[in-house]
Design a protein around this ligand. Structure first.
Ligand SMILES: [Cu+2]
Length: 340
């Protein structure tokens, strides 16, 4: 074939330019640091696109420049160039190859999407509220609210996004994934992130939302699990109510008492706490005791000591002596006292 030599040279040049442009794109650090499990499939997509872009760039630029130089008109040459009329092989090639590439990328894209949406049933929930112009983060598991997003490393967090006014968009570039925060209870949106790198990042609003949109930032702090736990503890201490009975109600929820005890007079697994304080309680050996503070304390610390008539022994776990502090027990007693 007449032009074979040229095609071989151009092919080699395209290969070299593709490699060089790929290396250049790799070293430009076009993306911020990768700090989440969801970022990895997205970065891999980016890398593959960069390779493709490098190849397309080389294909066009090399063919063009090579033709300019090698097939330029010589001095005194007034003849016409060669004429070509269609080329079935070429048309099939430039249809089939891009088709394969597009199908390949749609497959890889769907797979990456699937990976970024993967659900971990152990995920920690955080309610995120965007407003003009800031963010609020609520941890329902711990009953705390913060203006900064603290996250433990290597645990999936399920962000439940909403807004109090206009449309905002939650975006931490290092996590790659992004989701809108829409106003209205019916439009809560989920975003799952598994931070993988301890560090300080920033959440930005990625939806133009008014005058101070550009300043709608909050710190995002990824910590080791142990550091996160002590942060949670600190916050919980700081947010405790002053009233002992209110604190007691909190402990009753947190330590699972309310799974067995009600405050509305109905008995479930254990006796109700309503009106318990000061009442005469009949025990299963037929004796009666007045439910004073000592009785309540003994019932919590030694559940199998005095069994209330009509209830099973060995149901209430004898673990609270280890789990609860003296103050927490006093709070619980104050809470039960307050339930008349
Ligand atoms: Cu906004």
């Amino acid at each position: 074939m007449k032009y074979m030599r040229h095609f071989i040279i151009v092919g080699a040049l395209i290969f070299i330019v593709t490699v060089l442009v790929s290396l250049l794109l790799d070293n430009l650090t076009l993306l911020p640091i990768n700090a989440s499990a969801q970022a990895t499939p997205i970065d891999s997509l980016f890398t593959q696109h960069f390779r493709l872009i490098a190849f397309l760039f080389a294909l066009i630029i090399v063919f063009m420049l090579y033709s300019f130089v090698v097939f330029r008109r010589r001095k005194g040459d007034t003849s016409d160039g060669d004429h070509f009329e269609g080329h079935t092989g070429l048309e099939i090639t430039w249809t089939v190859i891009p088709l394969v590439i597009v199908v390949y990328f749609s497959y890889v894209g769907a797979q990456s999407l699937d990976e970024t949406l993967r659900v971990d049933p152990q995920a920690m929930e955080v309610n995120v509220t965007g407003f003009q112009w800031g963010w609020r983060f609520e941890y329902p598991e711990f009953g705390i609210t913060s203006s900064e997003l603290y996250l433990p490393k290597d645990r999936q967090v399920l962000l439940k996004l909403t807004s109090t006014d206009v449309i905002h968009s939650f975006w931490v570039p290092e996590f790659r994934v992004k989701q809108d925060a829409l106003p209205g209870k019916d439009f809560v949106r989920d975003l799952r992130v598994t931070p993988t790198l301890v560090g300080e990042y920033k959440v930005r609003c990625a939806e133009l939302c008014g005058g101070s949109h550009a300043y709608m930032e909050s710190p995002v702090i990824v910590m080791e699990q142990a550091d996160f736990d002590s942060w949670v503890e600190e916050q919980m201490e700081a947010s405790l109510p002053d009233n002992p009975a209110e604190r007691g109600a909190l402990w009753a929820t947190r330590y699972g008492c309310i799974a067995c005890h009600t405050t509305d007079g109905t008995s479930v697994v254990g006796p109700t706490w309503q009106g318990l304080f000061g009442r005469e309680v009949t025990l299963d050996d037929g004796t009666t005791v007045v439910a004073d503070e000592d009785y309540l304390r003994n019932s919590i610390l030694n559940p199998n000591d005095q069994i209330t008539e009509g209830f099973q022994p060995d149901l209430m776990p004898p673990i609270y002596e280890q789990q609860l502090t003296e103050e927490q027990i006093e709070d619980l007693i104050a809470y039960i006292e307050s339930l008349e």
